[in-house]
Design a protein around this ligand. Structure first.
Ligand code: SF4
Ligand code: SF4
Length: 239
């Protein structure tokens, strides 16, 4: 185990055993062995990373810190900068086939499953999106691309919204043309979605993360499941 690369390491009050435990949970993931193959320090991942352009963030740091098993710096990344990754996987251009974005995917899952406060804070702003995805299986429809709807998407959304009719014609599935249609999901689809969220343990993860959304989702799901003869409390989680 290595010391932190930061001289002024944060989270010094967190016991090293806890940092080690979370690190081992990341390492135990079956995808771990496909993410790290040694680093040339070439910087190609950093050059291709959009988040590195706008934040104090570097995919190379993830490749190196995780390979060095530096649990102190890992813990800092886990609680701070990893939420700046946009999960675009441009960093897989790595000549060593490292996958920093993939490492971050696993780290995020571990942070969420362990109910870390940093994960709750980072995901708070997404509660509406989580609700929509879990209740309808979808979220964004082209007609939502309006400058005042998503101001944080930047100036390009203005250009997109000006040519929305062309964009709609370019996107084949008819149901994605408007929010009204995109969110109008058949009862059978909803039923299957709810069972997937329950059986895969995702509903339990949501409960750890945000009790408010969990309550709302459970209520919505329970009603439909009951209508179809399922009792949400009796459906067994299979993982
Ligand atoms: S997946 Fe994350 S780390 Fe990789 S290039 Fe995209 S933003 Fe950067
Ligand atoms: S592209 Fe790969 S080898 Fe180069 S710095 Fe990034 S992780 Fe290391």
């Amino acid at each position: 185990m290595m010391g932190s690369i930061y001289a002024d390491a944060k989270y010094q009050d967190v016991p090293v055993e806890e940092k080690e435990r979370l690190f081992q949970e990341v390492k135990a993931d079956m995808r771990w062995h496909t993410t790290l193959y040694g680093c040339y320090e070439c910087g190609i991942c950093v050059a291709s990373c959009p988040s590195a352009r706008f934040y104090d963030f570097s995919p190379r740091v993830y490749a190196q810190v995780m390979a060095r098993e530096d649990v102190h710096t890992f813990y800092e990344l886990l609680n701070d900068s990893m939420w700046d990754c946009s999960q675009c996987f441009s960093c897989t251009r790595c000549p060593r086939q490292n996958n920093p974005g993939g490492i971050i995917t696993i780290m995020r899952e571990v942070a969420v499953k362990n109910g870390l406060q940093s994960a709750k804070t980072a995901l708070q702003a997404y509660s509406r999106i989580i609700y929509k995805v879990m209740s309808t299986g979808t979220q964004v429809a082209p007609d939502m691309l309006q400058p005042d709807f998503f101001p944080d998407w930047g100036p390009d959304v203005v250009k997109v919204s000006e040519n929305l009719d062309s964009w709609r014609r370019a996107i084949p599935p008819e149901t994605l043309h408007t929010t009204e249609l995109a969110w109008d999901v058949s009862e059978q689809t909803q039923l299957e979605l709810y069972l997937i969220w329950k059986l895969s343990g995702n509903l339990d993860i949501i409960e750890t993360l945000d009790e408010g959304i969990f309550m709302i989702l459970s209520e919505v799901m329970e009603e439909l499941l009951e209508e179809h003869g399922y009792d949400l409390d009796e459906v067994e989680v299979i993982i």
